[in-house]
Structure formats: structure tokens, C-alpha cells
Design a protein around this ligand. Structure first.
Ligand code: ZN
Length: 440
């Protein structure tokens, strides 16, 4: 009965998580749409194109700059353009999309040809929004804007000749600082406090070495966070960058991290003492699972007699992803007797980890492949000698299985010397900025 209630609670927690994800995703969509300020969407149109009429002062000016004198007159007359926003669907080619806006194959050829000199049109991904500008009177296509990178537009001007220009969009970097108390969950309260999902996901990942989000987070835990955004002014779009600073206080436990670019050029997170957030081997290489059997002598559930259990078991549903416990190389991935589908990773001279009873391996996982901590390597199952879906996890130290939960794992990189000095000075700046933004 108790078990059932626990399961029900877990299910409820998951459902509410999805709900918030869904709600916030809706918000993102709404935000994206309001940016374009398109109030009407023609639903009858099979391509669901968005059409709007605009008075394009800006376009007029650019066109004059980008065309030589004898064409200026033609273009200058255009002050009313109709903009059509076309979202590229899967397997749609640019030629096919643009052809219906162009009167002749010759122009089509010229347009495609000129664009190809600057941009490989095969790289046009589904979801990209191409902007077409038609002269309202003649219905002639005069301009195309293709967003080819986050901050770069390709502008195509169609007159007697076709000209193509790359335009770097105006961007503005912004810092944001937020602070909140957890009343429900780190995630849902973050959403309530207008912290973007991308940042919340980064925050959860950042703390995955320290916290079990189901057990450790208590009501009134404090979260304080600072992060970047890049605003693309021309498109009225916003991209969220890195977390610069994060603090979670649970009762008296203060977990605080600062972003830092190491001498090797990696962006990583360190505490005030310059110790890396990453622990070298995860004690729990799985999300949301329950510890179902500990390390030590126990009566074996299948064999029936007392036997040493040389790992820990996590009960989880079939298919739950299993993460690499640390950076390393796959030493074994295949069937291994009672272990069933089994993976062993060699992390360094002394440490290995093993994962048993998997239902299957992640695609690409085989002997000799390098994996990073936290990457999915396989999925929970019940293969081999097993009574039900669970992950059997072993940490192997000098070729002997050890108890992960009593092991004091060596921490990740610790900054020293000049690198530590640099970190401390940057840390102070990050913290001062954070406080400024919070209390200004
Ligand atoms: Zn086991």
C-alpha cells in the first residue's frame, strides 16, 4: 500500500512537471508569435503562411544602398511591400518554395545561383522562417530575407540583377538576476518567477552532482541565480546563454557556483574555493529511480541463499535512461551472463563503473567509445538474472567492487595558482553584478 502511494506521488510529480513544461512551452510560443505581431493567420492556406502589409521605410533605404544607380528609381517607387513569412517544412527545397513567388525560371535560376555563392541552400532547416517581400501593386518579389544563423540574415534583392548580402543583426547582451524561495519545486517555482526553461534545465543539470531533486529540496529552500541573454533586436528574438552564478540554500547547506573559463578553454562551474562542481563519478547514474538494494551480504532474490551483493540496485521502469557515471571509455558493452546486457566504463587507472540488466544500449555505445559523465549509455531493463526492471550499478576501484555510498569520491578539478587568482577576481565581479541587479 505504502509503495502504491509512493508510486502515485511519483506519477503526480512527473505529471505536474510535464504540465509546467507544457504551460511554459505554450508561453514561449505565444511570445514568439507576439514578436511578429501577426494577428491573422490564414488557415485555409496549406502552407500556413503569414501575410502582412507593411510600410517599409527601412527596406527602401537598404535597397538604395545595395543597388547601383540605374536601379534606384525602380526600387524607390516601392514603398508598400507585402511581407509573407514562410516557415520551411521538412523536405521542402528552397527552389520549390521560392518558385511560386517568381514569374520565370530564369529569375529563379538567378536567385538560387546568387544565394548559393554565399550560402549552401541544402543547409536550410525545417522551421526556418523565410520572409518574402512583394511589391503590392505589381506582386513582384523584390526581396527575400533568410535567417541563416542566430545573428545573421541573408538578404536577397531582386531587381534586374539579383544581389545577395549577409547582414549581421544588432544584438544586445543582457544580464538577469533572480531570487526565489521554493514552495513547490525548483522547476515550477522557477517558471513562476519568470526564469526561462532553458536556464532552469541548466540549473538542474548544474546541481545534479550535489542534489537529489526529489529528496533534498525542501520547502523554503532559497534559489539565487544570474544568467545572460542575447537579444536580437532586428528580429525581436531572445536567446538565453549561460548561468553566471547560482546559489541554492537548503537549510544550512549552501551550494554556490560561479561560471569560469579554465586555462584549457572550458566553461565550467566552481565553488568559492575553486573546486569544480563535477564529482568524478556519479553515485546515482539514473534520474528519479529508487534505491532498492544496497551493497553487502543479502539473501539473493533468485538464488535464495546469502550472497554478497557487489553493487547497488535502483528500481526504475523499463526504458529509463542510464547515464555514464563519469568521463571514460567503454571497456565492455554486450551480454555478460547473469548481468544480462552489461556496460563497463573505464574512467581512469583506478576507477571503473558497471551497469547491468539493461534492456538495450544507446545507439553508438560499443567497446572503445569515449563517453562523458551524464551522457545516456543505455536503458533500464531486466535482462540476465533479474526479478524485475532495475539498474544494477557497480563502482569498481582497483578491480574490486566497492560500496558507492560509503566511498568518498575524488572531486573534479581544483583551481590552483594563477588560474585560481584569475577565478577569484572574476568570481568577485560576477557576484557584485548579481547583487547590483537584484537590489538596484
Ligand atoms: Zn544488483
Amino acid at each position: 500500500m505504502i509503495l502504491k502511494i509512493k508510486h502515485l506521488t511519483t506519477v503526480l510529480i512527473f505529471l505536474s512537471g510535464y504540465y509546467f513544461l507544457f504551460v511554459s512551452y505554450q508561453n514561449i510560443i505565444i511570445e514568439k508569435n507576439t514578436y511578429h505581431d501577426f494577428s491573422t493567420k490564414s488557415e485555409s492556406n496549406q502552407d500556413s503562411n503569414i501575410v502582412k502589409n507593411i510600410n517599409l521605410q527601412k527596406n527602401k533605404k537598404q535597397t538604395i544602398i545595395k543597388n547601383d544607380l540605374n536601379k534606384v528609381n525602380v526600387i524607390e517607387e516601392i514603398n508598400n511591400l507585402q511581407e509573407i513569412v514562410f516557415e520551411v517544412k521538412k523536405n521542402q527545397t528552397f527552389s520549390k518554395i521560392v518558385s511560386k513567388y517568381l514569374s520565370s525560371d530564369k529569375v529563379l535560376f538567378n536567385v538560387v545561383n546568387e544565394i548559393e555563392k554565399t550560402f549552401d541552400l541544402r543547409k536550410l532547416k525545417a522551421g526556418i522562417k523565410i520572409h518574402f517581400f512583394q511589391d503590392q501593386a505589381s506582386k513582384k518579389l523584390v526581396k527575400i530575407i533568410i535567417p541563416i544563423e542566430n545573428e545573421i540574415d541573408l538578404e536577397v534583392f531582386i531587381a534586374e540583377d539579383v544581389t545577395v548580402e549577409k547582414r549581421n543583426l544588432k544584438t544586445k547582451l543582457e544580464n538577469h538576476s533572480k531570487e526565489y524561495l521554493i514552495t513547490n519545486s525548483l522547476y515550477s517555482d522557477g517558471i513562476k518567477n519568470n526564469i526561462p526553461i532553458e536556464i532552469l534545465i541548466k540549473l538542474i543539470k548544474l546541481y545534479s552532482f550535489d542534489l537529489d531533486f526529489q529528496r533534498d529540496i525542501r520547502k523554503d529552500s532559497k534559489v539565487s541565480i544570474s544568467y545572460d541573454s542575447k537579444n536580437i533586436e532586428d528580429r525581436n528574438q531572445q536567446f538565453f546563454g549561460d548561468i553566471n552564478y547560482a546559489l541554492i540554500i537548503i537549510e544550512k547547506n549552501k551550494l554556490e557556483y560561479f561560471k569560469f573559463k579554465t586555462d584549457e578553454g572550458f566553461i565550467d562551474y566552481f565553488n568559492k574555493k575553486g573546486e569544480n562542481v563535477k564529482k568524478s563519478i556519479l553515485k546515482t547514474p539514473i534520474d528519479g529511480a529508487k534505491l532498492s538494494s544496497t551493497f553487502g551480504v543479502r539473501k539473493h532474490p533468485i538464488l535464495g541463499y546469502n550472497k554478497m551483493h557487489r553493487g547497488v540496485d535502483f528500481a526504475a521502469t523499463k526504458g529509463t535512461p542510464v547515464f555514464a557515471g563519469g568521463n571514460g571509455t567503454i571497456e565492455f558493452a554486450g551480454k555478460n551472463g547473469g548481468y544480462g546486457n552489461y556496460i563497463r566504463i573505464r574512467h581512469n587507472n583506478e576507477y571503473k563503473t558497471a551497469y547491468a540488466h539493461l534492456s538495450r544500449f544507446k545507439k553508438g555505445i560499443s567497446k572503445g567509445v569515449r563517453v562523458n559523465q551524464g551522457h545516456v549509455i543505455g536503458y533500464v531493463g531486466s535482462s540476465g538474472r533479474s526479478t524485475g526492471p532495475h539498474l544494477h550499478y557497480e563502482i569498481i576501484y582497483q578491480n574490486e567492487q566497492i560500496n558507492p555510498f560509503t566511498l568518498k569520491l575524488p572531486a573534479g578539478k581544483k583551481l590552483k595558482g594563477k588560474e585560481l587568482e584569475r577565478f577569484i577576481s572574476e568570481m568577485k565581479t560576477i557576484y557584485a553584478n548579481h547583487l547590483n541587479l537584484l537590489y538596484e
